[in-house]
Design a protein around this ligand. Structure first.
Ligand code: NAP
Length: 219
């Protein structure tokens, strides 16, 4: 039995991670700003009141988890706000960097003491953060913040290798959640693929940018 921590656990992909991991008999620590009835019903450990944009909040999480070893840290929480060139909102773009790029880095750094040789870190980024795959433009805040997040994941893969901690940079696909207006594949299918990639992750392939379906994506 392994211990998994999932951020953004109250709904969408994060909730489905918790559901599938619990069904597999794993220990789940579900981290969220506020819980949901669906999450409460899973019967997993819930750490609520954690905002990944707040240094103090994330430090509080680290305090609550003092001495708890994590086998897998899944940085899933994120936001998408629409920003077009003719309607740029720099506060919105800045906020997406705060949540998407800095949030996962803040959480990972705060929980380094909970990881050990053999632990894994999963970064849920997006194909929309791929420069090579950008054929349609727009979505400035989301694309830029996810590109920065992928870069953070790549640096983490190098920096954590000496400690034998592997890092996966993962795109879930277009998934049916609030974020997409409930368009795309079911969360169950996306999370099955994401968990397969996390299982496949090792120190040799650490730092790879994978689609949940196993395809290696361009940066
Ligand atoms: N759905 C897709 O097609 C798709 C595609 C590519 C990548 N992704 C990525 O997959 C991840 C999960 O997305 P989703 O589709 O499940 O979206 P979602 O249903 O909108 O869920 C987003 C989660 O992030 C949490 N969150 C947002 N801001 C936060 C903050 N400041 N502190 C802590 N938690 C925060 C939300 O919590 P609250 O309820 O408190 O807001 C929620 O639990 C995101 O990183 C997203 O970018 C999704």
């Amino acid at each position: 039995m392994k211990t998994y921590l999932v951020t953004g656990a109250n709904r969408g992909i994060g909730l489905e991670f918790c559901r599938q991991l619990k069904a597999l008999g794993e220990t789940v620590i579900a981290v969220c700003r506020s819980t949901s009835s669906e999450l409460n019903n899973l019967g997993v450990r819930i750490e609520s009141g954690i905002d990944i944009t707040s240094d103090q909040s994330v430090a509080d999480l680290a305090k609550r988890l003092y001495g708890t070893q994590l086998d897998v840290l899944i940085n899933n929480a994120g936001i998408l706000e629409k920003n077009t060139l003719d309607n740029l909102d720099f506060d919105s773009i800045r906020w997406q960097f705060e949540v998407n790029s800095l949030g996962a880095l803040r959480v990972t750094q705060a929980l380094l003491a909970n990881l050990r040789a053999g632990s894994k870190v999963a970064i849920i980024t997006s194909r929309m953060g791929s420069i090579g795959d950008n054929t349609s433009g727009s979505s400035y805040g989301y694309r830029m913040s996810k590109a920065a997040l992928s870069m953070a994941g790549k640096s983490l893969s190098h920096d954590l290798k000496p400690q034998q901690i592997a890092v996966a940079i993962l795109h879930p696909g277009l998934v049916n959640t609030l974020m997409t207006g409930y368009r795309g594949i079911p969360t169950s299918e996306a999370v099955q693929g994401l968990l397969a990639r996390i299982n496949q992750l090792n120190l040799e392939n650490s730092g790879t940018f994978w689609h949940a379906n196993g395809e290696v994506l361009p940066w």
